[in-house]
Design a protein around this ligand. Sequence first.
Ligand code: GLU
Length: 483
Amino acid sequence: MKIRTRMAPSPTGELHVGGLRTLLYDYALAKNSGGEFILRVEDTDQERYVEGSVERMLKTIRDYGLNWDEGPEVGGPHDPYFQSQRLDIYKKYALELIDKGNAYYCFCDQERLENLRKEQRGKGMVTRYDKFCLGLSREDVEENLKKGKPYVIRLNVPANESIDFEDMVLGNLSFPSDDIDDQVLIKSDGFPTYHMAVVVDDHLMGITHVLRGREWLPSTPKHVLLYKYFGWEVPKFVHLPLLRESDSTKKLSKRTGSVNASDFLAEGYLPEAVLNFIMFLGWNPGTEREVYSLQDFVKDFSIEKIQKSEMAAFDRQKLLWFNGLYIRNISLEDLWSRIEKWNQEYLKKPIFDKSTKEYNLKVLELVRERMKKLSEFNDLVSYFYERPKVDKKLVEKFTGNIEKAQEIIKNYLNIYENISNENWNIGYLDELSHEALEKFSYKPKEAFMTIRYVVTGCESTPPLFDVLGLVGKKETIERMKKF
Ligand code: GLU
């Protein structure tokens, strides 16, 4: 059997990082066995539709280096992949259920439904549709339809039955049918509800495995009932742990940090690092191994290794760790081009484009150990490209007073001016600068911090003589003179 998975986002906002996790597992499960991964847009809720969100989601998925075999933009044998363009299909299947007695027209207006709910609440009952319209005669229904009375189509849920299915992670599950409302399948605007559309499409599109977050588990019995009514084979269900902040039992929160997949890229995370991190949000290879490329993940992924727990901790520190690791491990050239791209895309300006590539790569080599995100580069290196702002008052922090700082700079200026251009290198600068400490009886910290601050405008930089070596003789001297 060829595995076919699907990810079915609703365009009601941005792609959540939990959605990206589901997508990644869908992708891996399909690719692992040469199957297909389908993307389908579940845009049946017109009220919650957010303009532009489909385009942004597709871009985000591609920005993470993932793609789909069938779906928007690429098409496929089950076109269209937008549910809003498939209304006739759902209607046809809903009518088929009506014919079989498994669904029925309901003409109740909002007022009746509201009163019913009030009444049920008053009695301490769970609110639920009372099947009133199931009792309408064929003639009544026909008459109402002829008059153009607004209607919905509801699922006819049987009383007192148990709805059983297997989840590949959670095992055999059983839900009493009495807990299920007579779910609306087709709304009065002619659009299907999620439950109707998801079942029809998963069936028609030949989906073999349905992977989704645990929040959808309570919906699954309704889907299973629909499969049974249609006489269709039920796909394999795999419900995945929800994501929580690592120090809480609650869902991911915007207040703690990014939650949308695209925001992590905007923050300066590398897609591979985020993917590597989210691979472990609900899956574990059962070994010590932590670093996985997408390719290796696809090879190693299996449903048996998915976690049973209800929630998986989203440890933001760990994500940062992964990002630092990837920043250190890719080639300097690759890292440079990503920083350039990041600047273009998110700051809308090129960085320091006046310098040579060779110089840029040397700068990057010096600071990459300190970088955890692409976005940190600009602040870490500005003094390699532009004269820094130097606050004369701040320099007293290292010497006690401004006069002493000026004396230090003057003495070192004399030494540095006498170094020939060929000898301007890290080793020689280091040697002469240390000799001078003895000669003038300076403490290393006061002298070197003063020079560092005057040349870079920063208190913390890579090793001082590496910095001076790269900034170059002419520029170092000019900065010192200016001070
Ligand atoms: N459209 C649903 C969502 O927004 C899909 C849920 C499912 O995978 O069945 O997540």
